[in-house]
Design a protein around this ligand. Sequence first.
Ligand code: NAD
Length: 454
Amino acid sequence: MSDYLVRAAANPTVRRVIDTVGLPTPQTLARAEPPYQARFLEGQRVLAGATAASAAFDRVSAALETTGARVERADTPSPADDDRYDALVFDATGLGGAADLRALYDFFHPVARKLTPNARVVVLASLPEAMASVAGASAARAVEGFVRSLAKEIGKLGSTANMLYVEPGAEDRIVEPLRFFLSDYSTYVDGQPLTVTRAGIMPERVPDTQPLADKVALVTGGARGIGAATAERLAAEGATVVCLDIPQDSDTLEETVARFGGTALALDITADDAPRRIADFFTERFGGVDIVVHNAGVTRDKTLANMPEHHWDMVVAINLQAILAVDELLSAEGVINDHGRVTCLCSIGGIAGNRGQTNYGATKAGLIGFVERRGQTERDRGICVNAVAPGFIETRMTAEMPFGVREAGRRLSSLSQGGEPRDVAEAITFLSTPGAGGISGNVLRVCGQSLIGA
Ligand code: NAD
């Protein structure tokens, strides 16, 4: 399950031929490999700038220092011909009105052609809702249009542009989100905002390495695909991981958990007693759970006119009802520990809708409603609830698509290729870390800035 065009384009001669016939030539994306390094930009060149009245630049500098990068500061750069940058960071939290947007042009225009392949661009803006003036709110929101557009211009070489909305007072919570966007952990996240707020509590300590040591995680649908990749990645960061999947898939489940020393829990998530059994399992074995990844999900595609009612009922039961039922009991009985992290697998189909997926689209949009509300309910205990919305990911599910649909899914994105399960796993792992404690109620797309579902 891999992309033939990415493999072919890695050869320079073939790449030239592909270019000549006018096909997209996807860049081989940089992906983080174990051992996972805290100083992931060691020796690389980063240019950082800020608007005049920026609020977060101290924290930007502190975050950059931890990456090992060679950092230069210029608010209006004038690079030499052969200058190249591995990352650009601009703190635009000081924008007060439309005229101030010129600062974005002044910083990015001179260096827009000077990025290395797989470069990272990150822009910080104030949270529009928190701005005192209409003009300030408008300018802050303008940054998103800028970032999404820039991402579409630089994606050809695997480079990404993302942004952080920062609530005033939440500046000390940006370090880990900024590191995520600057790293190859976010390689398939492109053109996306994350919102960092000051609500609720943060853990006292954010470890530099093995941030999930001492954490207990549940991954539903963990036998294969995105769930298995996520379970493995959480375990690599030190978590004790329990993978849940249907009893009919017990053999695959056992093989998967054996790869990283996890525990198998064979259970159909839609069973009436599933919430009770999960709550009891974690309470009795571990005294609670820290990380819950609601990943189990299915598609049963048909246009609405052709859809049998059991397809509707099955998709709603697995993708939405089961998640709400499990979460309700875990929450009511306090099974999710303080500083817990809950992440739902949504889909770009739940954001934009997809032909033949009224059932699936409804459930994934329902999950967005769930995380937006639930993300605010236990902030006083430091619990964060978010969703990731994958685009086209190379799994069994997408391998079964007809050729034309599969090619459209792969190519119609800024990065001209599908993502891998591990790309989604990276985003979930980041959201599960202590340093992501300022992020709750967000839906993060992991879709290479897919045009389908835009
Ligand atoms: P997959 O089919 O490879 O794996 C899903 C797993 O969920 C399977 O192991 C399956 O047995 C399990 N499962 C299904 N019903 C279950 C039940 N009732 N109880 C327990 N386990 C159950 O799918 P995937 O591609 O890895 O997708 C994982 C999640 O990501 C799903 O929620 C899916 O909707 C979402 N997603 C995937 C893509 C993609 O491109 N692959 C895109 C968007 C969203």
